[in-house]
Write a protein that binds this ligand. Structure first.
Ligand code: FCB
Length: 470
């Protein structure tokens, strides 16, 4: 295969107004607590599963961790200034559970809450709307020791933490996301073992799925009830892609059904329709897995939402046939194989597929009728710093331009998509890839913690500005 290099992908794109977006379209940047905050052992914060996982030899590139990260905990006001200078109206960030409720049980830690109160103050002062994610993967280690997400009690612990957070900030923050990408928490964390806590047990991972969704539902019920007359936009963020069959064959279409079932419908059907998809339950039963659903759970999980957060990085082409021509793997399970395409790729080796973002948003509109916001989209590339310190990241700018155009195209065709947040505000700790992969539109020099706007940040700022004034 002739792989297209990022250099061949990049074009020179001038900022221009994006047509077809409403005046109140939300523009944002996104981050997550463990990826940027640092101050891992300060002001009462205890360890999360990521602090532990980073210490497992071989788990993270070069054994890196989030102890210091972007030192955002100490540089927060200057970072908020940076956000305001970009001209975005919304900042999506996550709260660190072990900062707010050390150990995952008991009362709130005032110093932890104070940090987020100061952050909200700074954002308010600069006219930037806070968009809070309650859980972006940092489960308190003590709760993992007690069984983690495969255990039902963790859902109730999460709801209690959500209560502490909402009670402290709910009068000032209207935008609440319960979970970020539960598929990653469950599958990468408990089935494939490539993210914290690093377990490899498919059955446990599926139990984690149900308990994450239950936690989402319990937290949603609390927040809905507690909001009273306060403005509230409540949602969940899922990592979603598209599944395209390689050919029209039955085997390839079945592979897509399975991928879409385990990746998208397993989450959205219970959340929106109050039931798990029958075909996925049947596939799971064939693998001897049963979801630990109790009476009443699905009503809780389907607590009404205002918005669906969509994190999009790429779509995938699937085949139901292995490279050696078989439709079952050595364990007798049906083959669901991602087929690499001759498309440009990012530094993560992810194919660049903006048209599939349009397809995804239109499909979500048809299947679930929820307003959506793209809560993450962006790309890692191997940035180079020019002699004058600038980063001419045409590849990233092209990526953003193509995906924003894809969002506008989806809107033009009837998808109710209301916002776009770039991942990420700044380079940060990219989980198992450590600091190797840079997703920021702002460069971070980890030796000095100096932040520098990359060309993509300037392009984003100017594009937002032109669009607003068009
Ligand atoms: C998403 C995560 C986010 C970041 C991006 C690249 O899956 O939500 O924290 O790592 O991928």
């Amino acid at each position: 295969m002739n792989l297209v290099t990022p250099q061949a992908y990049a074009r020179s794109v001038a900022p221009q107004a994006v047509t077809g977006l409403p005046a109140d379209f939300r523009w944002g940047v996104a981050t997550a607590a463990y990826q940027i905050e640092g101050a891992a052992a300060e002001d009462g914060r205890t360890a999360s599963i990521w602090d532990t996982y980073c210490r497992v030899p071989g788990a993270v590139v070069r054994g890196e961790n989030g102890d210091v990260a972007c030192d955002h905990y100490h540089r927060m006001p200057e970072d908020v200034q940076l956000i305001a200078d970009l001209g975005v109206d919304t900042y999506r960030f996550s709260l660190a559970w072990p900062r707010i409720q050390p150990g995952g049980r008991g009362p709130a830690n005032q110093k932890g809450l104070d940090f987020y109160k100061r952050l909200v103050d700074e954002l308010d002062a600069k006219g930037v709307t806070p968009w809070i994610t309650l859980y972006h993967w940092d489960l308190p280690q003590e709760l993992e020791d007690a069984g983690g997400w495969p255990v039902r009690d963790t859902a109730y612990r999460f709801a209690e933490y959500a209560r502490l957070a909402y009670d402290a900030l709910g009068d000032r923050v209207a935008h609440w996301t319960t979970l970020n990408e539960p598929w990653c928490s469950a599958m990468l964390g408990y089935a494939y073992g490539v993210q914290a806590p690093g377990r490899k047990n498919f059955g446990e991972a599926l139990h984690a799925v149900h308990h994450l969704l239950l936690g989402h539902g319990l937290a949603s019920q609390y927040v809905r009830g507690a909001a009273g007359g306060n403005p509230l936009e409540l949602g969940i963020t899922l990592n979603l892609g598209t599944a395209t069959p390689e050919t029209g064959s039955e085997a390839d279409r079945e592979a897509c059904r399975r991928a879409d079932g385990l990746g998208r419908r397993l989450y959205l059907d219970p959340i929106v329709h109050g039931s798990y998809p029958e075909d996925v339950l049947a596939d799971l039963a064939a693998a001897d897995v049963e979801l630990p659903v109790r009476e009443g759970d699905l009503e809780i999980i389907s607590t009404p939402l205002d918005v669906l957060g969509v994190n999009f990085y790429r779509g995938t082409l699937f085949s139901g046939v292995s490279e050696d021509g078989s439709t079952v793997d050595p364990e007798g399970r049906p083959v669901t194989r991602a087929v690499p395409r001759d498309l440009p790729r990012t530094a993560m080796d992810w194919e660049i597929t903006p048209d599939e973002l349009t397809d995804l948003l239109l499909g979500l509109e048809d299947d679930y009728h929820l307003p959506t916001v793209v809560t993450e989209n962006g790309a890692a590339f191997d940035d180079t710093v020019a002699e004058d310190g600038a980063v001419h990241d045409e590849d990233r700018t092209t990526y953003l331009a193509d995906h924003i155009a894809a969002v506008a195209a989806a809107r033009a065709q009837g998808a109710d998509v209301r916002g776009y947040f770039a991942w990420s505000l700044m380079d940060n700790f990219e989980w198992s890839y450590g600091y190797d992969k840079r997703f920021g539109i702002v460069r971070v020099d980890y030796d000095t913690q100096v932040r520098t706007l990359k060309d993509s940040a300037k392009w984003y700022r100017d594009t937002i500005n032109l669009t607003r004034n068009s």
